[in-house]
Design a protein. Sequence first.
Length: 102
Amino acid sequence: MIQIEGGHTASAYLDAFWQWVTLMADGDYDAAIDALYWDGDKPEPSAIRHSIEHFFGGPDPWSVVVPNERLVDEINRSAEIQLPTEDQPGSFIGHTSQVSSD
């Protein structure tokens, strides 16, 4: 879970998500790990980096990038955000619907 600063608002959730993606895109996996809430021991940043860069398989690693503004806007629009209640913590799911090339 990403630690959220700035209160529990939809914009705070989105800001925290993009800050976290930017940390990984910049190669700062130490800070990306520190930005997450861990119920137990934190994993090694190199292990997380390897898992992310090899998630899709193949001989070449993938890299994290911050997408262009159009895709960021699409992800923000389609994000599923549930703000916390007295009984439940908040949640955020970032995804895209099928994006046309127009």
